[in-house]
Unconditional design. Structure first.
Length: 256
């Protein structure tokens, strides 16, 4: 995978922003057969995974602590990893409009600069803990914008996080109770560790809530805590699940 780090002025954030992007690399066989000039002249747009970090994380978190390059390469996807501070993806005021940044400015900027396909047929959003909530909320805010969404150990009840973390959870107090409504019809993947004392209860409650509302989704638990070994495994499982979920949805559309 090719790693590209962009530093740019983000109007939504009133200042500099950083984002890491992983792009599938040309293979040695391709370069040998066709030559670098021909390979790099061909512009191919890659399906995007918008991958969000958790609290106290940044745009480097997934790169430092997981095998995201391996899993994305196997899936043939580009990965976009922005920094969110502890915003939960909300507009915080003081020119820190992370919701606007994630929904409009960042995709527009990257689509203009890099060979990325943000079309709703292929673009996927996922995240861990705080980023899991933010990923689901983005999908709920813009129905039809994403092909699938995933949450790994999602902090899905931000009000509880406020009580436990206080002001460290900068955007959690902004979450309305219906923040994750609007997910029906979207392929959803949720996972949480069975030893995750921080968010396991709220993930089980959210799973039950989706079941009561007849919202189709995949929910998995396995041994693990609120830690990177679990999130790395969850990302790998999510990308494998995504391939099957999108294939099944395409087949249903053809039948219709």
């Amino acid at each position: 995978m090719d790693l590209i780090t962009l530093n740019f002025y983000a109007h939504s954030l009133g200042g500099a922003a950083r984002v890491n992007v992983l792009l599938p690399s040309a293979t040695p066989a391709e370069l040998e057969e066709n030559g670098p000039a021909a390979v790099y002249r061909e512009r191919r747009e890659w399906p995007v995974l918008l991958l969000l970090h958790g609290m106290q994380g940044d745009e480097n978190a997934w790169l430092r602590h997981s095998m995201v390059e391996n899993w994305a390469a196997a899936a043939g996807m580009a990965v976009v990893m922005p920094g969110l501070l502890n915003s939960y993806g909300f507009d915080l005021g003081f020119d820190l409009c992370f919701e606007q940044y994630l929904r409009t400015e960042l995709p527009a900027f990257l689509a203009n600069r890099l060979p990325l396909d943000f079309s709703p047929e292929t673009c996927t959003v996922a995240g861990l803990s705080m980023g899991g909530f933010a990923a689901l909320r983005l999908a709920a805010l813009d129905p039809g914008r994403y092909a699938a969404a995933g949450s790994f150990s999602g902090a899905l009840d931000p009000a509880q996080i406020v009580q436990r973390k206080g002001e460290k959870a900068a955007g959690a107090h902004l979450a309305p109770k219906n923040a994750l409504d609007g997910l029906n019809g979207l392929p959803l993947y949720l996972a949480c560790g069975q030893q995750d004392d921080l968010v396991l209860d709220m993930n089980r409650q959210f799973h039950q809530q989706l079941c009561r509302k007849n919202v189709s989704h995949t929910y998995e638990e396995w041994s693990g805590g609120h830690e990177w070994n679990f999130w790395d495994a969850a990302l790998r499982r999510f990308l494998t699940w995504r391939t099957g979920a999108l294939s099944a949805r395409a087949e249903r559309k053809e039948e219709e």
